[in-house]
Design a protein around this ligand. Structure first.
Ligand SMILES: NC(=O)C1=CN([C@@H]2O[C@H](COP(=O)(O)OP(=O)(O)OC[C@H]3O[C@@H](n4cnc5c(N)ncnc54)[C@H](OP(=O)(O)O)[C@@H]3O)[C@@H](O)[C@H]2O)C=CC1
Ligand SMILES: CC(=O)C(=O)O
Ligand SMILES: [Mg+2]
Length: 546
């Protein structure tokens, strides 16, 4: 304290602030200048030595949840070191900071909670959202990921415990696309939960009422958007893991008003289409040769369908022809014209065809070239389904995109074993390599994590006013182009995760090009766009404070 009882910046603050802390890597000069002598062990470590220590501790943990807690604590303690180890060990750590472990971490969130991340906006503070956003210490926020926790992965309603998802997505913005951590703000809006277990959990720290719906809900979201516009103008907003009662409506309401997109609808569409494009490179077919049957007709499913339709129209099909290539089943069976009270997002795919209640019957009747699982229904791609796909396709496309692993429509092993090793397989959560009949398969991860970081980087770099469908189409093409012959040989239709920073940068360039072409960019076009985009990317290295 100063003489006037005002706290003064002390050396210890450099250690307690995760954005500034270097731990034992503070140099002698920095310790002199910042008053750190005695507050740290006297020896000085390099960052590489610190990474060694982190990895030793990390690998000693006995479960992925413990590894998640450990990494989260590192992020809270020393942000630069956290992003360094993520950069160096992304393939090993991705399943821990992201799906599947982040799902478990959300389920356990209220029990493993240590330090808050991001901003919680609660309905009980209605009217004060702008004031709440002012409490966030970083004023230069460029990207917000917001959830209301209603559909966390395939795990359902987790209320405010869903905060693990925006926090995890934003860690990927930094790790996969070099968006500066201080530009990122995770937000959870608390509108209650219909999860009775959470309502009854004494440790739950969200509102225990059932979910607010209707106009009151919409007015809360509207107040939040206005508060963002006031406090962080020109910020990109990513809607994540909203229930589909709200997700489509919010996207339609805000996509042309602000700079926003829905990751589950649009990001997933882009990564799935990229997988199909890459598979077409593998088999020499065209997108328009495909007939796709979806298990699940929600955000991810119809989002993918809509982007496939755009891709097919680019190859010369009419919209009607392209829609007829996409078929959907939902919790009540095949989506067909004769069904009553179909939700609006399914109507364009309600074709004139006989109704089938069971997926296997729909598969046999339609003989699709591809099945895409986005239902959250574990093991719904049964042996008969996969055997049928192998019967009428030389190379059936099988995408089990539901997360986490426990919700996947089939495992990698099942997909290969039941198709005689002929499936072109991808999954939303990672699977270990599989050996079938002497052949090794290392399937790729069809996850929107390949898309949203690059979209965000491109949009932020040129300060685009909106995020458009053309950007997701371009991202899909760029991602598919990045898959190498080596990836194909392993059976993967996605590039290795260790290349993701490069891939994201290239996607960002395409996205920014579209923003310029569509007149949406608000800064002058740089002479060398790729170099400009790369110059914006954060590198997790220590700064010199001395
Ligand atoms: N890999 C990736 O990058 C991504 C994966 N996903 C995953 O996709 C899954 C779904 O997400 P999302 O589309 O947003 O969720 P939605 O709730 O919007 O949609 C789920 C769909 O699944 C259908 N469904 C539920 N039960 C069954 C069943 N037994 N048989 C057939 N269909 C069923 C629902 O039917 P009805 O319409 O009748 O309710 C609905 O159409 C989640 O597990 C999520 O993790 C999502 C985004 C990205
Ligand atoms: C990956 C993702 O966004 C989801 O499963 O919801
Ligand atoms: Mg999601």
């Amino acid at each position: 304290m100063s003489e006037n009882n005002i706290p003064v910046a002390q050396g210890i603050n450099w250690i307690y602030d995760p954005a500034l802390n270097k731990g034992t890597a503070f140099t002698e000069e920095e310790r002199d200048a910042l008053g750190l002598h005695g507050l740290l062990p006297p020896g000085i470590n390099t960052m590489s030595e610190q990474v060694l220590r982190v990895m030793g501790n990390y690998r000693r943990k006995r479960s992925d949840l413990e590894r998640y807690i450990f990494l989260t604590a590192l992020q809270d303690r020393n942000q630069t070191l956290f992003y360094r180890v993520l950069a160096d060990y992304l393939e090993e750590m991705m399943p821990v900071i992201y799906t599947p472990t982040v799902g478990l971490a959300c389920q356990e969130y209220v029990h493993i909670f240590r330090r808050p991340k991001g901003v919680f906006v609660s309905a009980k503070n209605k009217g004060r959202f702008s004031e709440i956003l002012k409490n966030w210490p970083n004023k230069n926020v460029r990207v917000i990921v917001i959830t209301d926790g209603e559909r966390i992965l395939g795990l359902g309603d987790l209320g405010v415990a869903g905060m693990g998802i925006p926090a995890g997505k934003l860690s990927l913005y930094t790790a996969c696309a070099g968006i500066h951590p201080s530009w990122c703000l995770p937000v959870t809006i608390d509108v209650g939960t219909n999860n009775v277990d959470l309502q009854n959990d004494p440790l739950y720290f969200g509102m225990r009422n059932s979910r607010i719906r209707g106009e009151e809900y919409d007015s809360l979201i509207e107040e939040f958007i206005m508060a963002v516009e006031e406090n962080f103008p020109n910020t990109l907003i990513q809607f994540e893991d909203f229930g589909n009662l709200n997700a489509f409506r919010l996207l339609n309401k805000y996509r042309s008003r602000i700079c926003a997109f829905n990751d589950d609808i649009q990001g997933t569409a882009s990564v799935a289409l990229a997988g199909i494009y890459a598979a077409m490179r593998m088999t020499g077919q065209k997108l328009t040769d495909q007939k796709i049957l979806f298990l699940g007709a929600g955000e991810a499913g119809t989002g993918i369908g809509d982007l496939i339709v755009s891709g097919m129209m680019d190859e010369g099909m009419t919209e009607q022809e392209a829609r007829l290539k996409c078929w959907f089943t939902d919790s009540r069976g095949l989506v067909v014209k004769s069904r009553e009270k179909l939700a609006e997002h399914k109507l364009a795919y309600a074709h004139d065809f006989e109704y089938h209640q069971y997926f296997i019957d729909a598969v046999k009747a339609l003989k699709p070239t591809a099945i895409i699982g986005v239902s959250g229904q574990a093991r719904a791609f049964t042996q008969p389904v996969l055997e049928a796909m192998a019967e009428f396709n030389e190379r059936p496309l099988v995408f089990a995109l539901s997360n986490p692993t426990s919700s996947a429509e089939c495992t990698a092993k099942e997909a290969y074993a039941w198709t005689g090793g002929r499936a072109i397989f991808a999954s939303g959560s990672p699977f270990e390599p599989v050996n079938i009949a002497g052949r090794n398969f290392e399937p790729g991860q069809g996850n929107n994590a390949y898309i949203f970081p690059g979209i965000g980087l491109g949009v932020i770099a040129c300060k685009a006013r909106h995020v458009t469908n053309e950007m997701f189409l371009a991202a899909a093409r760029e991602l598919a182009d990045k898959v190498s012959e080596k990836d194909f040989k392993k059976g993967s239709i996605y590039p290795r995760l260790k290349k993701i920073r490069e891939v994201s940068a290239d996607i960002a360039v395409k996205v920014a090009e579209i923003a310029y072409d569509q007149g949406l960019a608000t800064i002058d076009r740089p002479a060398d766009l790729p170099s400009f985009i790369r110059s914006q990317m954060y590198e997790p290295n220590y700064r010199n404070y001395a």
